[in-house]
Design a protein around this ligand. Structure first.
Ligand code: SAH
Length: 255
């Protein structure tokens, strides 16, 4: 049966059981508390729900899917609502993993929410559009390296697990997909002002063709303490450590 996508909800249901199982099995078990975003008709859900060792919850915005899940998995904890509006502190007292074949229209917002709640989320396994997955997993020097790559790399080890072809979805999306895994690294805090760090990263990439010297003018902060060689580069050439160095230099110049 071909279903018509509720486009604004990013609904592309996975049909391939092997891929669904592979995604569910990609969680490393770092915590028994798990939240699935957008279970839809439950193709991933059933593998997670079947694992009695997990404290498993799912959040789904679409009423029709929620009714379906209640009917087919009566003991499943499914919250009807919007993940982006969910207060994560209320859901679990313990750190929890996030998993899903995510709604692609809100990919970046999901990733920023994971970043903002990084101390509560030790692990995330998820399917995104291939291009988004590549951006998140990109390393300095590549064209796809961007804001989310730097921010997430600062706190997570990121692995590109596998690519998924469009024909395994109903309805098929226009683009390929890919599954990535994020695992929290040991960095508790950056050795600089994290808000300023985020600002520097965003400003750098929003004008990614400019050198840092030109892009950072927008900050109206003295640049004289920032090492010359870094100012001559563009954001896409800098590592997390380079951005930390720049942020520290900016801080020291206003003290
Ligand atoms: N996991 C399922 C469905 C993937 S499609 C599968 O692999 O087949 C994405 C799902 O996310 C849809 O069920 C859609 O209704 C749901 N969704 C969309 N926006 C959401 C949001 N803001 N919060 C929670 N779920 C959302």
């Amino acid at each position: 049966m071909e279903v018509r996508a509720k486009k604004y909800l990013g609904q592309h249901f996975l049909k391939d059981e092997n891929i669904a199982r592979q995604i569910a099995e990609s969680l490393t078990g770092s915590t028994k508390h798990v939240l699935e975003i957008g279970p839809g008709m439950g193709v991933l859900t059933k593998y997670l729900h079947a694992n009695a060792e997990l404290d498993f919850h799912a959040i789904e915005i679409d009423t029709e899917s929620v009714v379906y899940l209640h009917d087919h998995y009566p003991t499943l904890h499914v919250i009807e609502g919007d993940f982006l509006a969910l207060d994560l502190n209320e859901l679990f007292c313990e750190p929890f993993a996030v998993i899903g074949n995510f709604p692609y229209n809100i990919s970046s917002q999901i990733l920023f929410k994971v970043y903002d709640n990084r101390n509560q989320i030790p692990e995330m396994v998820g399917m995104f559009q291939k291009e988004v997955a590549e951006r998140v997993a990109a390393k300095p020097g590549s064209k796809t390296y961007g804001i989310l790559s730097v921010l997430l790399t600062a706190f997570y080890d990121i692995e590109y697990l596998f690519t998924v072809h469009e024909h395994v979805f109903n309805p098929p999306p226009k683009v390929k997909s890919a599954v990535i895994r994020l695992r929290r690294n040991s960095t508790q805090a950056l050795s600089c002002d994290e808000q300023l760090f985020t600002k520097v990263v965003k400003i750098g990439f929003n004008q990614r063709r400019k050198t840092l010297r030109n892009a950072l003018k927008q900050l109206s902060m003295p640049l004289d303490k920032v090492p010359e060689p870094l100012l001559a580069l563009r954001a896409e050439q800098l590592s997390v450590a380079d951005f930390v160095t720049i942020t520290q230099a900016l801080e020291s110049s206003v003290q």
